[in-house]
Every structure is written in structure tokens, then in C-alpha cells.
Design a protein around this ligand. Structure first.
Ligand code: SAM
Ligand code: SF4
Length: 483
């Protein structure tokens, strides 16, 4: 099972705990900050904002925890396993603190927001707790701990977007970068803790987004991914960036997601634009038509379905049915064609899900033929609507079996979808050396498939036409056209 998952880059509830450590950045500052980030790309992006804020306060970053003066864990609460991993890590850091008692330990992100001061009581080692909207306050919080007290700020803002802060791009390959375009989420998917930990939805000023994209292009970057929990819900006006408040006004001169996509695509035709995540109920035809209009907007949509059964989708409060979702996929295919990549998230074993309802997820997968999927078993999160209203009554054993079924189904589909590319030529943006061999390079197609090909003399950050001659479920293999 583990091999299967590793082989095809599919993630189950245990594998999805990606961890990132910000690398060394030495400018001769007096103190050293170590940040370890868990969970989603949004957290990795936030850690770069934190590093940027603290750099101005005299901090370099280190990737060696034993060298650090301050250790931050930027945490995830999406599944119970994610929180347990952080607690285990804190126990390890405890032994480090025995040898170096002056080290400061902070917990940032979703777990900080969810547990607030309780975290200080439960984890004695923690000195500082800061929620996702409190990062501008970190210099003050660090100073407070320096003065001998514990420090907490878990205030959730209705406006904060960190729009004016340029993140330090420490984890970058110099070719692709993430740009956060909004924060929070106004949906109430019943299983999800995000609205509780990241607050109300706010959209970032589009001019600051375009400025960041232009600066990245000037630095040699050739691809940006616009990030948000629900990017299609993006809505900004000069007077108001809070979605709920903006909806109550009669403002006409607002920018929506289709408008933002076009603005970023106009930065340069050689700058590729991607985005994630799309909520099926919010993605509009306007967005699909804008994607079709610009060659440099990548033809790939992450469109999480969560379940293929309408009763379960309704219990999840997702705002669509199986048929409606399939209709949306049809429109995507009509406007963007069969080559457009479509990926998904699936949760198996949600409260009261029967075997027959689980099979509906498998048949929906057959109908859509996803290129890729992240698959999880349901993990009840305290305080969510599902935890309050429903019983987590599907056994671990059944959840595990259903997860294995969706993973092996997805494996078949990934392979089938990749096989369709054999014999085709794709424009690939080169990201660097292949992970497996320095004699090969790798990049991605517009539809977000990884392509591996012989290195030759090409350099990363350039485009090359690759003819595909073979594939696995995870990778396309090809040759530079004409060679
Ligand atoms: N905002 C995005 C969306 O709506 O698709 C993604 C949010 S979440 C960070 C990523 C994925 O985690 C979700 O799409 C869902 O499949 C999964 N997830 C969220 N809550 C979960 C839970 N309680 N148990 C298992 N998986 C969960
Ligand atoms: Fe969670 Fe739903 Fe918001 Fe995604 S759209 S972050 S799943 S509440």
C-alpha cells in the first residue's frame, strides 16, 4: 500500500502531512529563526511571510534546529493525524530545550488558532502562540517572550491579507512560485475546520498581486500559482476586501476571479498562470472562457468533489449534487477540451456513508477520469458542523478499505489519462534536474503533468517542446522534439 501511494504521488490521510523547513538564509543578522511548516501550500507560503516580517527584526533563517534561537512550527489542523504529528514534534523539541533552555518555541497557524491558550496549558514547552492573522504582531510577541512572559495572539482579522509583504522565496526552485490571493473561507463544508481556523474570506488587492507576479517574472520566474481556499470566490473592490461585506454593497467596480486571472495573464505571455483550489459551485463559465482565451493560463483545474453520492455531498454541505458536478465537468470539457487536466480531493468514510454510497464515488471517478487526486479518510474535527450534528460511525477498517479502493481506481485512471498523451507533443516549462537522475530534466505540461526527458543543453526556466513516448501513472517520458 505504501509503495503504491509513493509510486503514484497519491496521498491518503497519513501521507498528506508534508513538512517543509525553511532553508538557511544568512545576512549576518544576530538571531536565527527555524521554521517547520505542516499541511497545505498556504502554510508554506505563510512561513515565507513570517520570515520576511522577522528578517526586519534581526533574524536570519536556519535549517538546523540546533542552531536556532527561535523555533516555530507552522501547523495544520485539517485532520487529527496532522495535530498529533505536531505534538510528537514538540516532545522531540523538549529534549533539545533541555540542552539549550534559552531556545524560544512558538506554534503558528491553524492549530494555534484552534487551541489558543489551551496549547500553552497542554504543551508546557510552548512560549508563543500566533494564529494565521497575527503574524504582523510577531515582533511584539517575540519581545514579550524575551521579557520572560508567554505570548498569545489568535485574533482573526476581517481584512488582513498581508498584501504589502513580499514573502522571502526561500523554498523556491527559481522558476515556479505561489502567490496568495485571498485568505479565509466563507463556506461551511461540514467536515472542515478551515473556516474556524482561518476566519472570514478576504481578497487581496489585485494590483499588489500583479506587482508581485511582475517582480517574479523580472527575477526569472516563469510560473505563478494563485492560491486560496476557494479562488473562484475572489472578489475585491477598492472600498472593501471582505467578501461578506462586499456582497452587501452595490459596488459595481469590483474585480472577480476571471478579471484577476486576465490581469495576471497579461503580465507576460511567457509567464504561466495556475490556480488552486476551485470550488465546483463557484467556478464560472467566465473563468473557463478566460482560461481558453489566454494560452499562458494553464489548462488544469483542481475541482474537489469529496464524494460521488448526492446524499453524502449534501451532508457535507458542499452546495451541489453528483449530477450537477458532472454537468460542470461536461462544460469544462466543452470549453477547454479533453486535454484539460482535472484533479480532485475525495473523503471516504464520512458519517453514515454506506458501501453503496461509497461505490457512487467510484463510479463518479469512472465518469470523470481524473488525472490526479488527493484521497483521505474522514477525520472528525472538533467544533465543525459534522462533529456537532453527525456521528463518526464508519469504522477505521471500513474507511481503510474504501480508501484503498479509491486509490487503486485513481491509479488506473492516472495511467489511462497519461497514456492518452503518448505520441503528442507538449510545451513544457523546465523546472530543473529530474529527481531520479541528473542526466534527465523535468518540467510540467500545461495540464500539470510531470514530464521527464534527457537533459541536453537546456536550462531551467525555459520552454521546450517534448514529444511523449511513454508514461507511468505519475510521469510522462519524452524526447525534445526534433532531437
Ligand atoms: N478549500 C479546498 C476545497 O474546498 O477543496 C481545500 C481545503 S482542505 C485544506 C483540503 C482537503 O482536505 C479537502 O478538499 C478535503 O478533501 C480534505 N479534508 C478537509 N477536512 C477533512 C476532514 N475532516 N477529514 C478528512 N479530510 C478532510
Ligand atoms: Fe474547507 Fe470547504 Fe472552505 Fe475548502 S471550501 S476550506 S473544504 S470549508
Amino acid at each position: 500500500m505504501k509503495n503504491l501511494i509513493g509510486d503514484i504521488d497519491l496521498l491518503d490521510g497519513n501521507e498528506a502531512l508534508a513538512t517543509h523547513v525553511l532553508p538557511d538564509y544568512k545576512t549576518g543578522q544576530s538571531r536565527k529563526l527555524y521554521i517547520e511548516s505542516y499541511g497545505c501550500q498556504m502554510n508554506f507560503s505563510d512561513s515565507e511571510i513570517v520570515a520576511s516580517i522577522l528578517r526586519k527584526e534581526g533574524f536570519d533563517t536556519t535549517s538546523d534546529i540546533s542552531q536556532a534561537d527561535v523555533v516555530f512550527l507552522n501547523t495544520c489542523s485539517i485532520r487529527d493525524k496532522a495535530e498529533q504529528t505536531v505534538r510528537n514534534r514538540l516532545a522531540q523539541i523538549q529534549s533539545l530545550k533541555k540542552h539549550k533552555p534559552e531556545i524560544m518555541v512558538g506554534v503558528l497557524g491553524c492549530m494555534a488558532e484552534r487551541l489558543k491558550t489551551k496549547l500553552l496549558e497542554e504543551e508546557r514547552i510552548v512560549d508563543l502562540v500566533a494564529g494565521p492573522d497575527a503574524y504582523r504582531d510577531l515582533p511584539k510577541l517575540v519581545a514579550q517572550v524575551d521579557d520572560g512572559s508567554k505570548a498569545v495572539n489568535t485574533f482573526l482579522s476581517r481584512e488582513e491579507t498581508y498584501g504589502d509583504i513580499t514573502p522571502v522565496r526561500l523554498n523556491s526552485n527559481g522558476v515556479t512560485a505561489f502567490i496568495s490571493i485571498m485568505r479565509g473561507c466563507d463556506n461551511m463544508c461540514s467536515f472542515c475546520v478551515v473556516p474556524l481556523t482561518r476566519g472570514r474570506e478576504r481578497s487581496r488587492d489585485p494590483h499588489s498581486i500583479v506587482k508581485e507576479a511582475s517582480e517574479l517574472f523580472a527575477l526569472g520566474y516563469r510560473e505563478v500559482t494563485l492560491l486560496g481556499q476557494n479562488v473562484d470566490s475572489y472578489k475585491w473592490s477598492a472600498a472593501e476586501n471582505n467578501k461578506a461585506r462586499l456582497e452587501k454593497t452595490d459596488a459595481r467596480d469590483f474585480v472577480n476571479f476571471a478579471g484577476l486571472l486576465a490581469m495576471v495573464a497579461e503580465v507576460n505571455p511567457d509567464l504561466r498562470v495556475r490556480f488552486s483550489t476551485s470550488h465546483p459551485k463557484d467556478i464560472t463559465e467566465d473563468v473557463l472562457v478566460t482560461m481558453a482565451r489566454y494560452e499562458n493560463i494553464c489548462k488544469n483545474i483542481h475541482l474537489p468533489v469529496q464524494s460521488g453520492n448526492s446524499r453524502i455531498i449534501e451532508l457535507m454541505n458542499r452546495g451541489y449534487s453528483r449530477e450537477w458536478y458532472l454537468g460542470k465537468v461536461k462544460v469544462i470539457r466543452q470549453i477547454l477540451g479533453n486535454d484539460c487536466g482535472i484533479s480532485s480531493d475525495m473523503i471516504v468514510g464520512f458519517c453514515s456513508e454506506t458501501d453503496a454510497e461509497h461505490r457512487d464515488t467510484l463510479t463518479l471517478m469512472d465518469e470523470v477520469q481524473y488525472d490526479f487526486a488527493y484521497m483521505f479518510f474522514y477525520s472528525e474535527r472538533p467544533g465543525t458542523p459534522a462533529a456537532k450534528k453527525f456521528t463518526d460511525d464508519v469504522t477505521e477498517e471500513v474507511k481503510q478499505r474504501r480508501l484503498e479502493e479509491v486509490i487503486s481506481k485513481q491509479r488506473e485512471h492516472s495511467l489511462q489519462r497519461n497514456r492518452l498523451d503518448i505520441g503528442k507533443t507538449h510545451r513544457v516549462l523546465i523546472e530543473g534536474a529530474s529527481k531520479r537522475s541528473a542526466a534527465q530534466m523535468q518540467g510540467r505540461t500545461s495540464s500539470n503533468k510531470v514530464v521527464v526527458f534527457p537533459a541536453g543543453t537546456r536550462s531551467r526556466g525555459t520552454y521546450v517542446n517534448i514529444r511523449i513516448h511513454d508514461c507511468t501513472a505519475a510521469t510522462l517520458l519524452g524526447q525534445v522534439e526534433g532531437e
